[in-house]
Design a protein around this ligand. Structure first.
Ligand code: NAI
Ligand SMILES: C[N+](C)(C)CC(=O)CC(=O)[O-]
Length: 541
């Protein structure tokens, strides 16, 4: 049953949270065995995994491992036998959880980690009467488990250093962020905070101060936006002005003694209050089904997380580190075969790259091809250090062909053929594949430039040598279908165009002056124009 080399996770209870765990493990390449007493569990988890496939892999800017095999088992012992990580996500009832651990420990290996998704029980409560108490820990995730990185870890005295290290590395391997609690408390850290806000929100409704939509607006238009990127303490540090946190505490400390919040006082969930909240919630969100809301939530979270990723901040920084772990160090040119197009990208299509037609939108093709160009340039030595030393390539011309559609979550790979490396000019041809389907191609004309003068300049010998090595190998490859004419035909055509339209073309706003791009090392100084403007195209890197 197991795919060779893949690790195995067992999920006991595959509801909202167990389904999310199953999706995260499977999409990170683990084989996943699921045991759930609900006969409808396979359908429900299938829907979660489908949603996760569209949303999760695109959070990474590198390709994730091949998806693991997901299987369903009626027998709990069969589910957990030989599994490395066993995640219990049955309803929040201590007696039920105890029953489940007894059955798990009778069948699992002693080295397996048994994590509980419990929102509030402590490890000492969970492991009461267990055969091996140290084996059971709290691993509390956040919904949706396949997108949110946080997992609160609460261990007990018997957990042991070696197991703690395995918990840390395993969760990092699946792209999660383990937050180890210093000691056990009811409801860990996050649910303690959430519960306080939740209680206040219920009081606000119960007291008729606000309805459910108004309370949600207070969060999503205000402090909710701040919390996603800086949390509470960093946010309030800024609110103290230049004097920071000390000033904030001095200024707002007294308010803590005022009756602003109801703290542990809980409103009675009378039938009337339940009806009030349920009908307000229906008026607020009833236009959407739960499945619609889950899709909208996932798309919003992906955009927020990818935004934070671009800023390399908070959860985004975490994801960038996960990219480096999953993608590993990129191969250099010397480690590559040059007999075919060079591999220049592999990733999944992010959810927020989709448009109203339900497939990857136009400008994201340019982004994916632009990333492939950057990778190609890094391979020939034009990397961040090279650019910092004052030289780079600018893209002067791009031609993209869309051949077949791709949807969010689809894995795409890119490869690059060098068509021309002559003087300052480099012409490359990228192909984008989804499985074995050619979905798009892009041809780019790049010009090597001096970043000080902003003008075309000959590349240095080491860079020219690497280009020449690739060019020699790629000269044996057939001209790709859809590529522009070869350089000889191109030069002749351009020369013709130059004769007829040079004066009109040069100064058209935003257009790179063709004569500037066409100059080659063999052009000689006689063709230099003292009034030549710099190429105006976007930088490639
Ligand atoms: N829903 C949430 O937002 C979060 C819940 N949690 C925790 O995760 C755990 C599970 O919660 P949910 O997924 O929300 O509940 P759920 O009700 O959606 O899922 C529970 C699943 O367990 C299955 N189940 C019940 N008895 C079983 C048994 N004896 N053997 C195998 N499967 C059994 C049910 O059929 C169901 O599919 C709870 O401990 C909860 O506190 C943690 C984080 C967030
Ligand atoms: C409401 N809840 C206590 C089950 C919430 C959690 O445990 C975490 C979450 O995802 O909000």
């Amino acid at each position: 049953m197991a795919v060779t080399g893949a690790r195995t996770a067992a999920i006991i209870g595959g509801g909202v949270i167990g389904g999310g765990w199953a999706a995260r493990f499977a999409l990170m390449g683990w084989n996943v065995r699921i045991h759930d007493t609900d006969p409808d569990a396979a359908r429900k988890i299938g829907a979660v995994i489908k949603r996760a496939r569209a949303a999760m892999p695109g959070l990474w800017d590198v390709a994730l491992p091949d998806e693991g095999k997901v299987s369903f088992h009626d027998d709990l012992a069969e589910t957990v036998s030989g599994a490395e990580w066993i995640q219990e996500s049955v309803p929040e009832r201590l007696d039920l959880k105890h029953e489940i651990y007894a059955a798990i420990q009778a069948a699992c290996t002693e080295t397996a980690i048994i994590g509980s998704s419990t929102s509030g029980f402590r490890p000492s409560e969970l492991s009461e009467g267990a055969a091996r108490p140290g084996q059971i820990i709290v691993a509390h995730p956040f919904n949706p488990v396949y997108l949110l990185p946080l997992v609160e870890i609460v261990t007990g005295p018997g957990t042991g250093d070696a197991r703690i290290e395995r918990i840390r590395t395993t969760l990092r391997d699946i792209g999660s962020h383990p937050l180890f609690l210093r000691r056990e408390i009811d409801a860990h850290i996050a649910d303690r905070l959430l519960e306080a806000v939740w209680r206040e929100a219920l009081w606000l409704v119960s007291d008729g101060v606000a309805d459910t939509a108004e309370i949600d607006d207070a969060i999503r238009y205000g402090f909710g936006l701040r919390w996603a990127q800086m949390g509470l303490f960093e946010t309030y540090r800024i609110a103290g002005g230049e004097a920071g946190m000390r000033q904030f505490l001095t200024q707002f400390g007294p308010a803590l003694k005022w009756p602003w919040s109801k703290l542990t006082d809980v409103p009675d969930l009378t039938d009337e209050l339940v009806e009030t909240i349920a009908s307000q919630s229906e008026a607020q969100s009833g236009a959407y089904s739960i499945a619609d809301l889950e899709r909208i939530r996932d798309a919003n979270l992906v955009s927020i997380l990818r935004g934070l990723k671009a800023r390399d901040w908070g959860a985004g920084r975490l994801l960038n580190a996960a990219d480096r772990r999953v993608g590993g160090a990129p191969k250099g040119l010397d480690a590559m075969s040059l007999t075919g197009p060079l591999p220049t990208g592999a990733r999944a299509v992010p959810l927020d790259w989709s448009d109203h037609n339900g497939h990857m939108t136009e400008h994201r093709y340019l982004q994916a091809f632009g990333d492939a160009t950057d990778r190609f340039l890094a391979l020939i030595g034009c990397d961040a250090d090279y650019i910092a030393r004052g030289q780079s390539f600018f893209t002067a011309e791009t031609h993209i062909r869309h051949l077949s559609e791709v949807r969010a979550g689809a894995r795409i790979t890119l490869d690059t053929q060098l068509l021309l490396a002559e003087g300052r000019r480099v012409r490359i041809f990228h192909r984008m594949w989804a499985d074995s389907r050619l979905v798009a191609t892009a041809e780019h004309m790049l010009v090597h430039v001096d970043l000080e003068s902003r003008r075309a300049a000959a590349p240095p010998p080491d860079l020219r040598d690497r280009l020449a090595r690739i060019a020699k190998a790629h000269a044996h490859l057939p001209q790709p279908e859809g590529a522009g004419p070869r350089s000889d035909d191109r030069s002749r055509a351009k020369a013709r165009r130059r004769r007829t339209s040079r004066s009109r073309a040069i100064f058209r706003a935003g257009c790179p002056p063709p004569w500037c791009l066409e100059r080659t090392a063999s052009d000689g100084p006689g063709r230099d124009r003292p009034d030549a403007p710099a190429p105006r195209a976007a930088p490639a890197a």
